[in-house]
Design a protein around this ligand. Structure first.
Ligand code: FES
Length: 332
């Protein structure tokens, strides 16, 4: 397998080593949506992944974007992405669709698993909106392989917009796959509140999709047992608190003995970069975990969407977190 170190004077343990993977195939999945298969050029098996994991793809032009792996986690011959071409996005999906061809080699990070199945659930509900089906498809493969009890709901505009429809039919046991077409009006689609109204004991819920869908799922599952609801945003919610709204503070990179001032208008990532160091990043929105870092001292204001309460006791995301204390000591 080809691998190359990250560029620059990097700090942080994650995403330092990049795999160099070849685009093995590109195929149309649905309207404006394509599958991209990535494999080692030498045919070497890829690293193990957990269902729900994502990777950072380093795209032509310097963009780095996170994408969930949609394939069967037990199939190490290739990694599968399902990508919607967004015309009003930040350019990553356009670059992938318009600028990447079969045979191209792309630097790809090791997989990260911020969204993963909890073992031993009595039953699992997978709920995907649009292209948010991608991590849930991987989970469906895993649950099917385990013989676990689960159901999958895919909420989408129309059959033309339903990515991975054939693969899901082949993976999810009969009667457990439910596609809901709303014609573009969520009120005409799945009644999420009704679906989630009465969770049976031991049931876990996983959901991923666009902002309105995420809000509907969050509202409908507030009464579920603590620890039984899991979700992944692929865009920051509209109400994202600005990462740079509060006052300045100082960051100490403990392993290097370097002090960095973070100004009120800066992120910690930017302040560290201005000090001549580089932090692995991807989404810059608190969604992907690429910049997740341990801290040793300080009171952190977490503004991310991925860390659990337990992780927040020791980690922060450098792209959106702030410090409420004058000094924040990082394990860097
Ligand atoms: S870069 Fe994605 S969480 Fe910070």
């Amino acid at each position: 397998m080809s691998a190359g170190a990250g560029v620059g004077a990097g700090v942080g343990a994650s995403a330092q080593v990049l795999l160099r993977l070849q685009v093995r195939a590109i195929r149309m999945l649905a309207e404006r949506t394509h599958a991209f298969e990535l494999a080692c050029p030498e045919g070497t098996p890829l690293p193990d992944v957990n269902a729900g994991a994502h990777v950072d793809i380093h795209l032509p032009g310097g963009l780095v974007r996170s994408y969930s792996l949609a394939g069967d986690p037990r199939d190490r011959s290739h990694w599968l992405l399902g990508v919607l071409r967004e015309t009003d996005g930040r350019g990553g999906s356009r670059t992938l669709h318009d600028g990447v061809r079969v045979g191209d080699v792309l630097p790809v990070s090791a997989p990260r698993s911020a969204f993963q199945l909890v073992p031993g659930a009595a039953h699992t509900v997978l709920l995907g909106g649009g292209i948010g089906i991608t991590p849930l498809k991987a989970m469906a493969h895993e649950l099917a392989a385990q013989g676990a009890s689960f159901e999958l709901h895919h909420c989408v505009r129309s059959p033309r917009h339903a990515a991975f429809a054939a693969e899901l039919r082949a993976t999810v046991p009969a009667g457990r796959l439910h596609q809901h077409f709303d014609g573009g009006d969520p009120a005409q689609g799945l009644d999420i509140a009704a679906l989630l109204a009465r969770p049976a004991a031991g049931t876990h819920l996983y959901y991923c999709g666009p902002a309105g869908f995420m809000q509907a799922c969050a509202d409908a599952s507030r009464h579920w047992a603590p620890g039984s609801v899991h979700f992944e945003h692929f865009k920051p919610p509209a109400a994202l608190a600005p990462a740079t709204a509060e006052g300045g503070f100082e960051v100490l990179l403990a392993r290097r003995g370097i002090r960095v001032q973070v100004e009120p208008e800066q992120t910690i990532v930017r302040a560290i970069e201005l000090a001549g160091l580089r932090v692995p990043t991807s989404c810059l929105s608190g969604l992907c975990g690429a910049c997740k870092t341990d801290y040793l001292e300080g009171e952190v204001e977490h503004n991310d969407y991925i860390l659990s309460d337990d992780e927040r006791q020791r980690c922060l995301t450098l792209c959106v977190s702030r410090s409420r204390s004058p000094l924040l000591v990082l394990d860097l």
